[in-house]
Design a protein around this ligand. Sequence first.
Ligand code: CAO
Length: 447
Amino acid sequence: MAVEIVRVPDLGGADEVEVIEIPVKVGDQVALDDTMVVLESEKATMELPAPFAGRIVKILVTEGDKITAEGVPIMELEVEAESTVAGETEAIPSPSQELTDPDLTRKPESNVQAKAETKSKPQLVPNKPASTPVADDITTADNTATDVYAGPYVRRLARELGVDLSRVPGSGPRQRIIKEDVQKFVKQRIANSQNAGSPGSGGAIPSVPDIDFTKFGDIETLAMSKIAKLTAANMQRSWLNVPHVTQFDDADITELEEFRQSLKAEGDRRGVKITPVPFLLKACALALQENSVLNRALHSDGQHFVQKNYFNIGMAVDTPKGLMVPVIRDVNQKGIWELATEIFELADKARAGKLTVNDMQGGCFTVSSLGAIGGRGFTPIVNTPEVAILGVSKAAIQPVWNGAEFAPRKLLPLALSYDHRAVNGGDGGRFMTRLVELLSDIRGMVM
Ligand code: CAO
């Protein structure tokens, strides 16, 4: 082991340089070219690189020191025998010595001290004008921006930590970003994310604490099925991405129900069960045709909508393994018998766990009917990339004022959720009103 003294190089014509940053400490292992000290003159800043790899045994300067001559010892570096440079002639990468232009960083010239004359020499390069405020002239986020006022050491640190330097306020001379600024920025971000969810915070989503439920009673841990995991992931993605609006209305399906009952005998002959669901799908397809805004997807480029000119509707099916959504294609072109048959077949297939990927692709809109199960209303979550979903609850007979008296009518509660990035309240309102109209007077479906 040999101890080498690292000295201040040629000052590049400056009368005095100041030690403005010492990014290393005693005991640190440095690699060749790691920044050891940052010096600054009135006109330039220079990062003094390690002339060889080794361990720092002594730092002979402190931040704020003024150096007026070259050759002043600044550090003692313990170098492994084989990496000392005495007599070595191989080309050594030149140091990084820039602030304002990283492209100017490598200039193979003479080295910082006699012992290492085969190495390159740091050069002072002009600082950016002191009057230029850092925050105003930073536009890129890749930390190679020439107008980010920081040296290679800080840039490297920022890269390692994934910090966008353009967002870091510099506290060094002329707002130079120093390592403490990056550290402070990272600490702040961590604190923000830990406080996320607290009023006024803009950080990441707070995690739910892990609770040991055995403290409170007997538990079992059950493996989630593949469907349950997929459903959880899809729901979370949609919930986090989609600004949801849900609006409500009731459709008077008294006449639809009378008509449906009148079809029962024929249904028995055909072997098809007619429930309100095929009517709902048909009415949705027609309302989508007339309100095409709800038959869109948001383009991933954030600049376009994808307008779908086909009308495929997904139908949520409750299965023992979890929620599945087979898709019924071209609903607008199909009759009620055909739809009822397909609904029955797909729901059966879903419950038997036999749906194919194809059965579940290509939906434009989803209907989730909990009518057979019960409940007065719920707010469904949009099945992205679709932009709207209809939640259907249990129909019930209710008194409705007809202008002269309260009459018993069968009302079907509907809830339409939509992605407010793609669908405005007006669009949603028009769709819902038309849907209610079609269900309340099914003659509209055949016109
Ligand atoms: N109001 C009152 N009764 C209703 C109704 C409603 N909105 N919708 C259906 N019914 C009745 C049906 O008419 C049928 O009664 P009858 O035999 O007397 O006619 C009965 O409820 C049972 O219907 P069904 O469940 O066999 O068939 P369906 O067409 O109504 O529904 C399907 C099919 C696949 C939508 C349904 O079985 C299902 O799985 N629903 C759950 C969907 C779901 O889980 N959504 C939540 C998703 S988010 O977690």
